[in-house]
Write a protein that binds this ligand. Structure first.
Ligand code: SF4
Length: 395
């Protein structure tokens, strides 16, 4: 797992904050590359990647998440958010190898939605997600016991964000709940409250900010209707009475990238760029979302910037690789796009997928050696699929 390091960094326009510089082998999915990685300074890497792709032909399908580096994105057959990419993979049954340039939970979802004949490959097994790592199967099972003891489990429907492990999606499926994305979280919560019945509750995993923002901003609940379950405290740090009174039980998880944006960043950019539109992802903290002009998923952010008029200015609160790409794409149209924070911050685990790992994975596959395959066991897959299917059937 990678977590925000308490580094003393004075923000400047070009300051660089590296999250997760020290890896944690006990919670990373894996740390070492099992093969011989090409050197990052090898000038022939792009050519090697192209040659391996050519050898693999239509047997290969490369997925690139929006937050990936440019050096990797250039080799993606399709780009998108995690759910779109998993569906794109499922729509390509002829592809024997799905190389997922993203993080571990995304590759798991692709494995769940594709056939057994297709192998999903994650070029670097250490590309996990710090948010997904914040909710383990054991912690969530323990939390359910706490809810059961408080007498609220029967009126609680779990909803998990796509950014969670297959184990957590399976837990949700087993307990009558659904998966959601940042695009359909409002519909998922509306559905879940309807299932939970009068005075029913939702247990929202693992991103407290997306859960709170959707409940308060979109569904009109009060912040007081929400409680935060801390898996590191006995009983989640909540009394039985607090659990009984709550409508939203938010898991204490967050994204280490989006959680960094603050009210100060919003105020600072408004002072620096008069008339700027502040556009943020709903994984940002509630006060940031409340102060923003526009809030939406990665796909929504891209659509909004695409339609923005020439001469408009935008400060965008999402991952830096994407913001930089959008800034370069729309600069010729006269749109000014800047990163919301003055401290440059990438998703460190997304950035683990680099050209050397991609070349290594592609050349191994072209040589007939399947490396770094992500496989979800059948039982987990069955229940995770149930939760994903409920999401697909959301009204
Ligand atoms: S940006 Fe946040 S939620 Fe996405 S992979 Fe990185 S840590 Fe996880």
């Amino acid at each position: 797992m990678t977590t925000a390091q308490p580094l003393d960094v004075t923000p400047t326009p070009l300051a660089l904050l590296l999250l997760g510089r020290a890896s944690d082998p006990s919670s990373e999915r894996g740390v070492d590359c099992p093969g011989d990685l090409p050197s990052p300074s090898d000038p022939g890497l792009v050519e090697r990647a192209r040659a391996a792709r050519e050898r693999l032909g239509s047997r290969l399908f490369v997925l690139g998440h929006h937050y990936q580096r440019d050096e990797v994105i250039q080799f993606a057959d399709v780009t998108g958010d995690s759910f779109k990419l998993a569906r794109d993979a499922a729509a390509r049954p002829e592809a024997e190898y799905i190389v997922f340039c993203g993080v571990h939970f995304m590759a798991e979802s692709a494995d769940i939605l594709t056939s057994d004949a297709q192998a999903v490959i994650l070029p670097d097994l250490a590309a996990g997600c710090s948010m997904a790592d914040m909710a383990t199967a054991e912690q969530v099972a323990e939390a359910w016991d706490v809810l059961t003891d408080a007498g609220v489990a029967r009126s609680t429907v779990p909803v998990t964000y796509m950014n969670s492990s297959a184990d957590i999606k399976a837990f949700t499926g087993r307990h009558g709940g659904t998966v959601c994305t940042s695009s359909n979280a409002e519909r998922a919560l509306t559905w879940a409250f309807a299932q939970a019945g009068e005075n029913g509750k939702v247990l929202f995993l693992p991103d407290q900010h997306l859960g709170r923002n959707t409940a308060v901003r979109d569904l009109g609940l009060s912040p007081d209707d929400c409680v935060v379950y801390n898996p590191h405290k006995p009983g989640g740090g909540l009394t039985a009475d607090q659990l009984r009174r709550a409508r939203m039980i938010l898991w204490r998880g967050h994204c280490s990238v989006h959680g960094r944006f603050s009210l100060d960043s919003v105020e600072e950019v408004r002072a620096r760029i008069p008339g700027v539109n502040v556009l943020v992802h709903p994984e940002c903290r509630h006060e940031v979302v409340a102060a923003a002009d526009h809030v939406g998923s990665t796909e929504h952010i891209i659509r909004l910037l695409d339609r923005a008029p020439a001469g408009s200015s935008w400060a965008v609160g999402t991952e830096l690789n994407l913001v930089r790409r959008l800034a370069a794409r729309y600069a010729p149209e006269g749109k000014e796009i800047v990163f919301l924070d003055r401290t440059v911050c990438f998703c460190s685990t997304m950035n683990r997928i680099d050209l050397p790992h991609l070349v290594w994975a592609l050349e191994s596959l072209a040589d007939g050696k399947v490396v770094n395959r992500i496989q979800v066991d059948q039982d987990t897959e069955h229940f995770a699929r149930l939760a994903l299917d409920r999401m697909l059937a959301l009204p």
